[in-house]
Design a protein around this ligand. Structure first.
Ligand SMILES: C[S@@+](CC[C@H](N)C(=O)[O-])C[C@H]1O[C@@H](n2cnc3c(N)ncnc32)[C@H](O)[C@@H]1O
Length: 222
């Protein structure tokens, strides 16, 4: 006997129901990854709302480019915008994630870096991206420019998220934004612990709020 599957709106339909302006991030829907529709829209809006010359966003943990495309599409029309993407592209990560990364990478049947490059090209954003292969802490010292938007989605262990926050958040300019993924998560406790210990009661960080599992906050003006 045939069982009926419950009817669900697809990601593309959900995106377009939020507004036709989000048609520009439609390519995100076909990229393997973990970002919800509302998280995708939030990243796009954060990048799109940046003002000032030469906006600079940094993404730690790019995988196959799902969040990359959302941020880059938000930066698309801006003058001399750059999105720096840091990822080892070897499917490595925290203990809770590495098996899933490995399985998904095997299913891909080719190098992660190639999938990332192809996804950026298909979304027409490759020209905005500065790719830095490797682990986040290996690049922290070499990136001296201030950051307008930092997206943390790399290693989710407490120690690594804390290190990323300590290495990278001081580079965020006053009024700039920090977004952290998987802060509300049944398995990953690290991002939430960092938010609770270092951000929530810290007057340097204001306007904290959640979009699904993502925590977004803004550096206070001095
Ligand atoms: C959850 S995935 C990122 C998902 C991506 N942001 C998206 O929207 O699809 C985490 C990625 O971070 C990478 N990674 C793990 N540890 C890292 C580190 N220390 N620095 C940078 N990237 C790391 C993993 O290999 C993986 O590609």
């Amino acid at each position: 006997m045939l069982t009926k599957k419950p009817w669900r709106l697809g990601t593309r339909a959900k995106l377009l129901m939020r507004g036709l302006r989000y048609s520009c991030i439609l390519p995100y829907a076909s990229i393997n990854g973990w970002l919800t529709v509302d998280e995708a829209i939030a990243l796009f809006e954060l990048a799109n709302g940046l003002t000032g010359p030469k906006p600079h966003a940094v993404e730690i943990g790019s995988w196959q480019g799902k969040s990359t495309v959302c941020i880059a599409r938000g930066l698309r029309a801006k003058n001399q915008a750059v999105l720096t993407c840091i990822d080892p592209f070897d499917a490595s990560g925290d203990n809770e994630s590495s098996d899933e990364y490995g399985d998904r990478a095997t299913d891909l049947g080719g190098p992660l870096r190639r999938a990332f490059e192809e996804n950026l090209a298909a979304a027409d954003v490759r020209d905005l991206i500065d790719v830095r292969p490797g682990l986040s802490h290996e690049h922290a010292a070499s990136i001296e420019e201030s950051i307008d938007l930092l997206f943390l989605d790399g290693n989710h262990s407490y120690e690594s998220v804390r290190r990323d926050f300590e290495d990278w958040s001081p580079k965020i300019r006053a009024g700039g934004f920090l977004a952290m993924h998987d802060v509300v998560h049944p398995v990953h406790a690290g991002p939430r612990r960092v938010v609770d210990e270092l951000i929530v009661d810290n007057p340097d960080w204001i306007n904290g709020h959640y979009v699904d599992s993502m925590f977004v906050t803004q550096r206070a003006s001095t």
